[in-house]
Design a protein around this ligand. Structure first.
Ligand SMILES: [Mg+2]
Length: 214
């Protein structure tokens, strides 16, 4: 059965996708616990660990901090090389699970020849892992904050992504992100925005792709 969409959104010529929270699934609590334990934190202090983790993340995402700098900030001391490797590997693996429903939409959009660009706040190790993902070849390009030297919502991140779509008019490009502040910054540059809240149907509506139900 083919389900037609009930409305006709304006035409779009390209899409810029955030990764985590859109294509990528948020890490589970057991994943966070594993990383916290590896970092020497008790799991009953997971909330505090996450606060420290995120407070150090911005310069790591933007490429300003190295792996060692980031983990010194989280651990409070310099990790031994073997521990650093483990922390980096476990951290990276946490961000590589995808929502198969969204990946299916990426395939549909690709078949429709819709240019798609990834714009992700991600440190170098995560960027390298995402570039190896099976869905990466569906993208026209993938821009990562660590390589750009700046994070969303810096306006130039969106300008770079728009240039990568090959579309001149930002009003014909949809930006999809699960963070409202990122969407607001994109909207200020004239991009269409979808503040994604976890329902792939919202993306599908915007892409005007028919759903084939089984
Ligand atoms: Mg996100």
């Amino acid at each position: 059965m083919v389900t037609a969409l009930s409305h006709q959104p304006a035409e779009i010529d390209a899409v810029i996708f955030d990764y985590n929270g859109v294509i990528g699934l948020h890490p589970t609590v057991p994943m966070w616990n594993r990383l916290a334990e590896l970092a020497g934190w008790h799991t009953d202090q997971l909330g505090l660990f996450q606060t420290v983790f995120w407070s150090a993340r911005e310069p790591y995402d933007s490429g300003e901090s190295s792996d060692t700098d980031f983990w010194i900030a989280v651990l409070g001391h310099r990790p031994a090389p073997e521990l650093l490797n483990q922390l980096r590997a476990v951290d990276t693996a946490m961000w590589t699970r995808t929502d198969h429903r969204v990946v299916a939409l990426l395939h549909q959009a690709r078949r429709a020849d819709l240019p798609m660009v990834l714009l992700s706040n991600a440190p170098h190790p995560v960027s390298e892992a995402l570039d190896e993902s099976h869905w990466r070849t569906l993208m026209t390009d993938a821009l990562y904050s660590a390589r750009l030297g700046m994070n969303k919502p810096q306006p130039d991140t969106y300008r770079n992504a728009l240039a990568a779509t090959g579309v001149h008019d930002p009003g014909r490009v949809l930006f999809v992100d699960d963070r409202a502040d990122n969407c607001q910054a994109a909207a200020r540059l004239g991009l269409r925005t979808l503040h994604y809240t976890g329902s792939p149907a919202d993306i599908e509506d915007h892409l005007r792709i028919a759903t084939v139900a089984t």
